[in-house]
Design a protein around this ligand. Structure first.
Ligand code: NDP
Length: 241
């Protein structure tokens, strides 16, 4: 029977590419999203992948959402924590709300989603948790103290949980994308993108969502069991750890 994979923020951007790639690799895929019903409906119509709406920032909603997915498709073997937001501001202008929204979604969201699936993975002696962090969690980024802190936290979470899951057949890994051409990045002023951002990327272009999806499929595989606690940097050579 096909393994079930759940992708948070799986209906748009990088998450959509991940959902599609996992489906193509033979998984039964569920894509979660937060509020963009129109994008989710279009995604399901195009791909046949069911979408489920709840916020990863809300623990109770995650428990209930995961219950629905498991009732429909079966136990979750692969969890991709991809949902993420930005609320950029220089620190002297950053509001407590901007801080909280980003940390609640991009960091606490990983606890909220992983905790309800963890015991099931332990019982079944198999699990793959793949966390989409960011280059800006590795190097820090001006204007993104909230985002950089949350994404760096994702890496600590990954390494700690990898140690806890290892004996139970659960791997926990992170991917740190550089600039990928999704709506999140295309929202950046075009002049800033072309004159300041792309010239910093040695390969000379933005990454494609499918290039991140390929890393996820690799880490999700049954025979990737010796890779855990790892961080894959996929950033066009922009930053080396
Ligand atoms: P997009 O803005 O294109 O898509 C974000 C997705 O996350 C949407 O499906 C959105 O749902 C969902 N989402 C947002 N908040 C929540 C929430 N609280 N609960 C559930 N789902 C939520 O983002 P990207 O594809 O660009 O980014 C995906 C991930 O990759 C993020 O974690 C991001 O930080 C990371 N990343 C992206 C980079 C890039 O260059 N794009 C670079 C490095 C990291 P809805 O459609 O309902 O709004």
């Amino acid at each position: 029977m096909a393994k079930v994979a759940l992708v948070t923020g799986g209906s748009r951007g990088i998450g959509a590419a991940i959902s599609v790639a996992l489906k193509a690799a033979g998984y039964e895929v569920a894509a979660n999203y937060a509020g963009n019903d129109e994008a989710a409906a279009a995604f399901t119509a195009e791909t046949g992948i069911p979408t489920y709406k709840w916020s990863v920032a809300d623990y109770d909603a995650c428990v209930e959402g995961i219950r629905r997915v498991e009732a429909d498709l079966g136990p979750i073997s692969v969890l991709v924590n991809n949902a993420g937001i930005t609320r950029d501001a220089m620190f002297h202008k950053m509001t407590p709300q901007q801080w909280k929204e980003v940390v609640d979604t991009n960091l606490t969201g990983l606890f909220n989603m992983t905790h309800p699936v963890w015991n099931g993975m332990r019982d079944r002696k198999f699990g793959r948790v793949i966390n989409i962090s960011s280059i800006n969690g590795q190097k820090g980024q001006a204007g993104q103290a909230n985002y950089s802190a949350a994404k760096a936290g994702d890496l600590g979470f990954t390494k700690a949980l990898a140690q806890e899951g290892a004996r139970a057949g659960i791997t926990v890994n992170a991917i740190c994308p550089g600039y990928i051409g999704t709506e999140m990045v295309r929202a950046i002023d075009e002049k800033v993108l072309n004159e300041r951002i792309i010239p910093q990327i040695p390969v000379g272009r933005l990454g494609e969502p499918e290039e991140i999806a390929r890393c996820v499929v690799f880490l999700a595989a049954d025979d990737a069991g010796f890779i855990t606690g790892a961080t894959i940097s996929a950033n066009g050579g922009q930053f080396f750890v």
